[in-house]
Design a protein around this ligand. Structure first.
Ligand SMILES: *[C@@H]1O[C@H](CO)[C@@H](O)[C@H](O)[C@H]1NC(C)=O
Ligand SMILES: *[C@@H]1O[C@H](CO)[C@@H](O)[C@H](O)[C@H]1NC(C)=O
Ligand SMILES: *[C@@H]1O[C@H](CO)[C@@H](O)[C@H](O)[C@H]1NC(C)=O
Ligand SMILES: *[C@@H]1O[C@H](CO)[C@@H](O)[C@H](O)[C@H]1NC(C)=O
Ligand SMILES: *[C@@H]1O[C@H](CO)[C@@H](O)[C@H](O)[C@H]1NC(C)=O
Ligand SMILES: *[C@@H]1O[C@H](CO)[C@@H](O)[C@H](O)[C@H]1NC(C)=O
Ligand SMILES: *[C@@H]1O[C@H](CO)[C@@H](O)[C@H](O)[C@H]1NC(C)=O
Ligand SMILES: *[C@@H]1O[C@H](CO)[C@@H](O)[C@H](O)[C@H]1NC(C)=O
Ligand SMILES: *[C@@H]1O[C@H](CO)[C@@H](O)[C@H](O)[C@H]1NC(C)=O
Ligand SMILES: *[C@@H]1O[C@H](CO)[C@@H](O)[C@H](O)[C@H]1NC(C)=O
Ligand SMILES: *[C@@H]1O[C@H](CO)[C@@H](O)[C@H](O)[C@H]1NC(C)=O
Ligand SMILES: *[C@@H]1O[C@H](CO)[C@@H](O)[C@H](O)[C@H]1NC(C)=O
Length: 474
C-alpha cells in the first residue's frame, strides 16, 4: 500500500483544504458585494495587486465594523491609465468614499455619473491629481455627496449649473485646473457649502454677491485667478469665515471694513492685487495671519494693527504706507514684513522686547531714522533681521550678538557708524552679513573668523581698515 492511500493522509488533505479556504467561509460580505469587488479586481488586474477571498482585507478597501458592507475604496497613486473601471465601482451600493486621486485618468465615463449618482450614501469623491480634461460633468443624484475634489486636473470651460444638484455639498475643490468665465454661484441648491477652493484657474470678472448667500462658508480660496473689481462690501455677512485667500488677482478698491466684523476669521490674504486706500482699523482683531503685500495701500498703519495677542504673521510689504511703526506688538508675532513702503520715524525701542517667537523681521526699504534698538537682542528666535535701505544711524548694538539663531543680518544702505562689535562673531548660524554702504569705521574684528556658516560677507562702502580674517578667504 503506497503511503498516498493512507486514510489519515487523505484526512489531513481535507483538513488543509478547509483551512486554506476558511477566510472565504468567514467573509461576511453579502454575495453580491463580493462578486462586485471580484469583478472590479479582475478589471484592475494586474495594476492593482488585490488577492485573497475577503475584499475587506484588500489594500485600500474599508468595510463597516461587522464587515458586512464595503464603505470605502481608495485607488490612489497607481497611475491607472483608464477610467473604464469606474462604473463597476457603482455596483457597491453601500459605498461612502471613493478616492481615485493620483492616477492618469483623463475622463469620467457617463456610466459612472448615472450609476454612482444612485448610491444613497456616497459622501466623498476624490479625483484630484489626474489628467481629467473637458468641462465639468453635470452631476445628477449624489444626494449625500459632501466632498468633491477634482483639483490638479486639466479641466476647463465655464461652470454653470453642473454642481447645483449636489444638495449635501460641503466641500468643493477645483484648484489647479483651467476653468474660466465668472466664478460659479450655483454650488448646491441647499446652500450648505463650507469649503470653496477655486484657486489657480482663470476665473475672471467680479466676486459675485451671490456667494455671500452661502452663509456656512468657512474657507474661501480664490488665489491666482483673473478676478477684478472690488471685494463685495458686505463680505462681513459670511460670519463663519475662517480663511479668506484672494491673492494674485486684479482686485481693486478698498479693503472692506466689514471684514473686521468676522470674529472667526483667522487668515486673510489678498497680496498681489491693486487694492488702494488705507488699511481698516481693527482688521487684525481676530486674525492670526494677514497678508496684504504687493498692493497700493496708503496712509498710516493703524496704531492697533500689530497688538492683538493671537496675531502671528503680518505682511504689508511693497505698498505705499507711510507714518510711524506701531508701538505695540503681539507677543506671539512670528513674522513681520513691512519692507518697501514709506514708513518713517524710529524703530520703537520697547516694542520688540520679549517677542520671543519673532523669527522674521523685515523693515527694509523705508525711511526709518534713529538707531537700531539694543532691545532687538532680546528677540532670541530671530533668523532674519533686515533693516537695509533706511536712514538708520548710530552704532551696531553689541546685543545683536545674542541672536544665536540669526542667519541673515541685512543692514546695508544706512548711516550706521562706529565699529563692528566683536559680538557679531558669536552668531554660529549666520549665513549672510551685509553691512555695506554705511559709515562703519575701525578694523574688521578678527572674531568674524568664528562665523563657521558664513556664505556672504558684504562690507564694501564703509571706512573699515585691516584685513578679512584668513579662514573666511579659504
Ligand atoms: C445585494 O444584497 C443585499 C442583501 O444581502 C440586498 O439588500 C441588495 O439589494 C443587493 N444588491 C443588489 C444590487 O442586488
Ligand atoms: C460581475 O460580472 C459579471 C460578468 O460581467 C456580471 O454578469 C455580474 O452581474 C457582475 N456582478 C456584479 C455584482 O456586478
Ligand atoms: C473586518 O476586516 C478587517 C480587515 O480585513 C479585519 O481586520 C477585521 O477583523 C474584520 N472584522 C470582522 C468583524 O470580521
Ligand atoms: C484627495 O486626495 C489627495 C491626494 O491623495 C489628498 O491630498 C486630498 O486631501 C484628498 N481630498 C480630500 C477631500 O480628501
Ligand atoms: C481640496 O480641498 C479640500 C477641502 O479643503 C481638502 O481637504 C483637500 O485636501 C484638497 N485637495 C488637495 C489635493 O489638496
Ligand atoms: C448651515 O449649517 C447649519 C448647521 O450645520 C445648518 O443647520 C444650516 O441648514 C446650514 N445652511 C445654511 C444656509 O445656513
Ligand atoms: C498707487 O496709488 C497712488 C494714489 O494713492 C497713485 O498715484 C499711483 O499711481 C498708484 N500706483 C499704482 C502702481 O497703481
Ligand atoms: C511661540 O511658539 C510656540 C511654538 O510654536 C508656542 O507654543 C508659543 O505659544 C508661542 N508664543 C510665545 C509667546 O512663546
Ligand atoms: C546680551 O548681550 C549683552 C552684551 O553682549 C550681554 O551683556 C547680555 O548678557 C546678553 N543677554 C542675554 C540674555 O544673553
Ligand atoms: C555716529 O553718528 C552720530 C550721529 O548720527 C554721532 O552723534 C556719533 O558721535 C557718531 N559716532 C561715531 C563713533 O562716529
Ligand atoms: C548686500 O548689499 C549690497 C549693496 O551694498 C547689495 O548689492 C547686495 O545685493 C546685498 N547682498 C545681500 C545678499 O544682501
Ligand atoms: C576713515 O578712517 C580713517 C582712520 O582709519 C580716518 O582718518 C578718516 O577720517 C575716515 N574717513 C571717513 C570718511 O570717515
Amino acid at each position: 500500500m503506497s503511503r498516498y492511500d493512507n486514510p489519515s493522509t487523505s484526512f489531513l488533505a481535507v483538513v488543509l483544504f478547509l483551512f486554506c479556504f476558511c477566510p472565504m467561509v468567514l467573509s461576511l460580505l453579502p454575495q453580491n458585494q463580493t462578486e462586485a469587488m471580484n469583478n472590479l479586481s479582475k478589471n484592475l488586474t494586474p495594476t492593482i495587486p488585490w488577492s485573497g477571498s475577503d475584499p475587506c482585507a484588500w489594500k485600500g478597501v474599508s468595510c463597516d465594523p461587522a464587515n458586512s458592507s464595503v464603505l470605502g475604496i481608495s485607488l490612489s497613486g497607481f497611475s491607472l491609465p483608464s477610467s473604464d473601471f469606474l462604473p463597476l465601482v457603482c455596483k457597491i451600493e453601500t459605498l461612502e468614499h471613493l478616492d481615485v486621486s493620483k492616477n492618469r485618468l483623463s475622463s469620467i465615463p457617463d456610466g459612472f455619473i448615472t450609476e454612482c449618482g444612485k448610491i444613497k450614501g456616497l459622501k466623498l469623491l476624490n479625483f484630484s491629481v489626474n489628467k481629467l480634461e473637458g468641462v465639468l460633468p453635470t452631476f445628477h443624484g449624489f444626494e449625500a455627496l459632501e466632498s468633491l475634489d477634482m483639483s490638479f486636473n486639466v479641466m476647463g470651460g465655464n461652470i454653470g449649473l453642473e454642481i447645483d444638484g449636489l444638495v449635501s455639498l460641503k466641500s468643493l475643490n477645483l484648484t489647479f485646473n483651467g476653468f474660466s468665465g465668472s466664478l460659479p454661484t450655483k454650488l448646491g441648491k441647499s446652500m450648505v457649502l463650507e469649503h470653496l477652493l477655486l484657486s489657480d484657474n482663470s476665473f475672471d470678472g467680479k466676486i459675485p454677491d451671490e456667494l455671500l448667500s452661502y452663509e456656512n462658508l468657512t474657507w474661501i480660496d480664490l488665489k491666482n485667478n483673473k478676478l477684478s473689481q472690488s471685494i463685495p462690501i458686505n463680505i462681513g455677512k459670511l460670519s463663519k469665515l475662517e480663511t479668506l485667500i484672494l491673492s494674485t488677482n486684479n482686485l481693486a478698491g478698498e479693503i472692506p471694513t466689514s471684514l473686521v466684523d468676522i470674529t472667526k476669521l483667522s487668515r486673510f490674504a489678498a497680496s498681489e492685487n491693486r487694492f488702494t486706500g488705507s488699511i481698516p482699523s481693527g482688521i487684525t482683531k481676530y486674525l492670526t495671519s494677514l497678508d496684504l503685500s504687493y498692493n497700493n495701500l496708503s496712509g498710516a498703519i493703524p496704531e492697533d494693527l500689530l497688538s492683538p495677542p493671537q496675531l502671528q504673521v503680518v505682511d504689508l510689504s511693497n505698498n505705499a504706507l507711510n507714518g510711524p511703526l506701531p508701538r505695540k506688538v503681539s507677543p506671539n508675532l512670528f513674522r513681520l514684513r513691512l519692507g518697501s513702503n514709506q514708513l518713517n520715524g524710529n524703530i520703537p525701542s520697547d516694542a520688540f522686547v520679549g517677542v520671543h517667537n519673532l523669527t522674521y523681521l523685515e523693515l527694509d526699504n523705508n525711511i526709518l531714522t534713529g538707531s537700531i534698538p539694543a532691545e532687538l537682542g532680546s528677540c532670541r528666535s530671530l533668523a532674519l533681521l533686515n533693516l537695509a535701505q533706511n536712514q538708520l544711524s548710530g552704532g551696531l548694538p553689541q546685543q545683536l550678538g545674542n541672536l544665536t539663531k540669526l542667519q541673515g543680518l541685512q543692514l546695508q544702505f544706512n548711516n550706521l557708524n562706529g565699529t563692528i562689535p566683536t559680538q557679531i562673531g558669536q552668531l554660529p548660524k549666520l549665513l549672510t552679513l551685509n553691512l555695506s554702504r554705511n559709515s562703519l569705521g575701525g578694523s574688521i574684528p578678527s572674531e568674524i573668523a568664528n562665523l563657521g556658516e558664513l556664505n556672504f560677507l558684504y562690507l564694501q562702502g564703509n571706512n573699515l581698515s585691516g584685513s578679512i580674517p584668513y579662514p573666511l578667504l579659504t
